[in-house]
Design a protein around this ligand. Structure first.
Ligand code: SF4
Ligand code: SF4
Length: 439
């Protein structure tokens, strides 16, 4: 049920039974709106000086949900040329809003990604300007606050001449205010990839990027903490994605349950790997039970608070599937980590940290003889299992063509030995393949 239907059903039902008259009906609607959670904290987005809501929205996919978020005080929208209908949805909503009160960031690719080819002529200054204008048209706005280079995975691309020439032109034309970049860690081509820390540090040194969208969470602090510190010094605005690594646990649990339910004859590797994996999983689950932490949503909330606790973070871009998500995440605005939250995260890290393939990591990829994009596959699995974006995740996975994880079953698993976090990634890849192909 959407929010309007909810309001209509609850209040009209009361009118029908004679409980409410016309005036009372209006009051009831107003009260319902007043009761909805609101943004409580704004933070300065680096050198842009814009005061953004600490909780914001990434890739809006629903007009009603976006309207509810803006009504709640969310004023930072992150979207991208490659996010399907997202820019159009932003346009439909923003045409009825005060444009100046909302900071809109969109992103575009300057090199090809699997399934997202960028032609040579589309990556020139003229090509990028043309694509950016198309984004503005879809967003029904005269300007964007920020344009990000999307998913930069190597230092060389930071100097992309066509991109910077286009940004200068767009700024002098009054169509763009700031520029930035997002980083998902390694991508393709595999031989050009560099770790997140190297790329983002180089971008900070470059000096032309005003805002970052990066991965950070309580299980992924090593590379990220240093970057956050450098950004604060250089007044680079920080927005976050992948703040909640907890869904992987739920996804793994579901994956195992589905395998068991199928009851099919499975290859020996599968049985052995699952037995090994299941044992670890059961040990970890027992640990959570011992500390009364059986509800994953409790830990997800603590995960968001962990990021809000860091003053270097300006805004957290959340993907909202429905109104329940709006209520759940907006309510966290202004929240801080409590001792109980810290304890919950510590228990979770100890018991489930080993199951989390760190976003934007990719340290094991060079050890794979098949050049499998481990981190990209695990990210698609995160979209599938943690964010409920099954169709999108499966479409992206299909675009990887021959570099998918079906071949991981019959391998010695050198990636697993190379992982410094002891992630049982070979098994996770096999499960991810099953999720992403519904095999
Ligand atoms: S398996 Fe380990 S090394 Fe490989 S990408 Fe994941 S966290 Fe990094
Ligand atoms: S299991 Fe083997 S094929 Fe799969 S990513 Fe690891 S090393 Fe590569």
């Amino acid at each position: 049920m959407n929010r309007r239907k909810f309001l209509k059903n609850s209040t009209l039902g009361m009118v029908g039974t004679g409980v409410l008259g016309g005036k009372s009906l209006l009051k009831a609607e107003e009260k319902k709106k007043d009761d909805a959670p609101k943004i409580k904290e704004h933070r300065t987005l680096g050198r842009t000086g814009f005061k953004v809501s600490d909780i914001s929205t990434g890739g809006p996919m629903d007009e009603s949900v976006l309207n509810a978020l803006l009504d709640a005080g969310v004023n930072y929208i992150d979207t991208a040329e490659s996010y399907g209908p997202s820019e159009t949805i932003v346009g439909k909503v923003m045409k009825n809003r005060d444009r100046k009160k909302v900071f809109i960031t969109t992103k575009l690719l300057v090199t090809s990604f699997p399934g997202l080819p960028v032609k040579k002529e589309e990556a020139t200054k003229e090509g990028i300007i043309k694509r950016f204008h198309k984004s503005l048209e879809k967003m029904q706005t005269e300007y964007a606050d920020c344009l990000m280079m999307h998913g930069v995975d190597n230092v060389a691309d930071l100097k992309h001449e066509g991109y910077h020439a286009a940004v200068s032109q767009l700024k002098s034309d009054g169509r763009l205010k700031y520029t930035g970049l997002s980083n998902h860690g390694s991508f393709h081509p595999i031989d050009a990839k560099e770790p997140m820390g190297k790329v983002l540090s180089a971008a900070a040194e470059d000096g032309r990027f005003d805002v970052y969208l990066m991965a950070y969470n309580f299980l992924k602090q090593d590379q990220s903490e240093e970057i956050l510190k450098a950004c604060t010094e250089k007044k680079i605005g920080i927005t976050l994605m992948k703040t909640n690594p907890v869904g992987n646990y739920v996804g793994i649990k579901d994956g195992i349950a589905r395998l068991e339910k199928e009851g099919k004859k499975v290859p020996e590797f599968y049985t052995q790997a699952l037995a090994k994996f299941k044992m670890k999983y059961e040990q970890a689950e027992g640990f959570l039970k011992k500390y009364n932490l059986e509800d994953p949503s409790e830990i997800k909330v603590a995960a968001i608070k962990f990021c809000l606790n860091n003053p270097a973070v300006n805004s957290i871009c959340v993907s909202y599937r429905n109104f329940d998500d709006v209520a759940k995440y907006v309510k966290l605005s202004g929240a801080r980590l409590t001792p109980a939250d810290k304890a919950a995260l510590a228990v979770y890290s100890k018991s489930f940290g080993q199951f989390y393939c760190r976003h934007a990591c990719g340290l094991c990829e060079s050890s794979c003889p098949q050049n499998i994009p481990v981190n990209t596959i695990m990210r698609y699995n995160h979209y599938f299992a943690a964010q409920g974006r099954e169709k999108y995740a499966m479409e992206r996975y299909a675009k990887l063509a021959s570099r998918v994880a079906d071949q991981c079953q019959n391998c010695t698993g050198s990636c697993e030995s190379a992982c410094p976090y002891n992630v049982p990634v070979q098994t996770l890849l096999v499960l991810a393949h099953q999720n992403l192909t519904l095999a």
